[in-house]
Design a protein around this ligand. Structure first.
Ligand code: AMP
Length: 425
């Protein structure tokens, strides 16, 4: 079977790597892909912002399965468009992807279905916001409604700064685009957990849990990024808590979407805050996370393609997923200056030496091939990922691999997994 993967980051590289391991897969095509994916798959150009271009490509390639990596194609309706043409595609429809593409929709949905989440209010004007914010105690979380690649969340120490943030979102001065709706949320305290599950619209199957590190600096300081590293261990989520999250968060979400005639098939990514009152939903994503996927898929022992196809066919309940016990970790190597401006086109070395370390896979987030050499092509460049029987060992392998790799200005956090390691100490 031929598999088409839409996207160009580390998540898609990890998906391509996992898909290639399936015995049923004969060819993997990545669109547009990157320098790393080009080593294991055929890469073809496509504009992920253009629904027409993606549809034309799928019609020409006629894959047996299409996997959609990023959120934008989902929110443009790529799944609906390919299904209408009789093509098999893994991911939610445009209507179901609203769980991610509109925070206001997600919050109202959570409230309608009594799923635990922070208290909130949605405003469409600054005057409305000013009135609503009076009912919240500081710190106050202010969020833009649409997709903002992690930049649309502002944590405000006072009501006055919350008002200024809302002003910036409504006027467009903060994100470049005017927000039509702004969400106010109660600030939740606790450890964050990325709880991803597959669904065929009825059944839920949890993937290995993960915890990511969003800030650029060690000790979780400095500006937010797309994610600087992630780890996954069995110890971070015991069976009892996992069951609770499935029964009270994941299943009611899937059931609620089906009841509202927008059944959700694909990956439901529940961003949770493990508060003193219990887990509460911070956000939903309608797709695999990046870099969570890199660490999660390294632990998957069973066939990914079987599980994704079961989501399309409605047979997930009968599909077994097996996970490697132990742990995995992914440390992101980024370009100097990221998440601000940075240079690209810098040559990279040491990747083969790094990949020879047992248990290590180097996934590419932003790389390209120029004059037959690998060069940097993004803010996040590599996701150096390792699996082992313990978190310490997985991290040790990932950092050893990073020691082999070089490009000018390469930066990575040296404290990935610090919360889990501290808890163990
Ligand atoms: P979101 O895009 O909604 O997941 O928000 C991005 C990040 O902002 C989350 O991963 C949290 O670290 C933080 N955040 C969002 N909402 C809240 C909240 N209500 N309380 C505390 N932190 C939050």
């Amino acid at each position: 079977m031929k598999v088409l993967i839409l996207g160009s980051g580390g998540r898609e590289h990890a998906l391509a790597w996992a898909v290639k391991r399936s015995k049923r897969v004969t060819e993997v095509v990545c669109a547009p892909g990157n320098g790393g994916m080009a080593q294991i798959a055929r890469c073809v150009p496509v504009d992920l912002k253009s629904l027409d271009a993606m549809v034309r490509l799928a019609e020409a390639e006629k894959p047996g399965l299409t996997i959609v990596g990023p959120e934008l194609p989902l929110s443009l309706g790529i799944v609906d468009a390919l299904r209408e043409r009789g093509l098999r595609v893994f991911g939610p429809t445009k209507a179901a992807a609203m769980l991610e593409s509109s925070k206001a929709f997600a919050k109202r949905f959570l409230q309608r279905h009594n799923i635990p989440t922070a208290k909130y209010a949605v405003s469409t004007t600054l005057a409305e916001f000013e009135k609503a914010v009076e009912k919240f105690h500081a710190p106050i979380v202010v969020k833009a409604d649409g997709l903002a690649a992690g930049k649309g969340v502002i944590i405000c120490a006072t009501r006055q700064t919350a008002l200024e943030a809302a002003q910036g979102l409504f006027s467009g001065s903060l994100l470049g685009e005017k927000a039509e709706q702004v969400v106010i949320e109660e600030f939740l305290e606790g450890d964050e957990l990325s709880f991803l599950c597959l669904s065929d619209g009825k059944t839920v199957k949890a993937l290995a849990p993960a915890q990511d590190h969003k800030r650029i600096g060690e000790g979780d300081t400095g500006p937010n990024t797309g994610g600087m590293g992630v780890y996954s261990t069995d110890a971070m989520l015991d069976e009892g808590m996992k069951e609770w999250i499935v029964r009270h968060i994941a299943e009611p979400t899937i059931r609620g979407m089906a009841e509202e005639d927008t059944p959700f098939t694909g990956v439901l990514y529940c961003g949770l805050m493990m508060t003193a009152r219990g887990p509460e939903v911070l956000e939903f994503n309608a797709r695999f996370g990046d870099p969570e996927t890199q660490a999660i898929l390294l632990r998957l022992e069973s066939d990914l393609v079987d599980a994704l196809e079961a989501c399309i066919d409605g047979t997930l309940e009968q599909t077994e997923m097996r996970w490697m016990p132990g742990a995995s970790a992914c440390v992101v190597a980024s370009s100097e200056g990221y998440p601000g401006s940075y240079k690209t086109g810098l040559p990279m070395s040491g990747l083969d030496e790094a990949a020879r370390i047992p248990g290590v896979e180097v996934f590419h987030s932003g790389s390209a091939v120029a004059d037959s050499k690998l060069v940097t092509a993004g803010g996040r460049v590599l996701g150096v990922t390792a699996a082992a029987s313990s978190l310490e060992e997985a991290l040790g392998r990932a950092y050893q691999a990073l020691g082999e790799i070089h490009f000018d200005g390469m930066y990575f956090r040296r404290d990935i997994g610090h919360r889990a390691l501290r808890r163990k100490a």
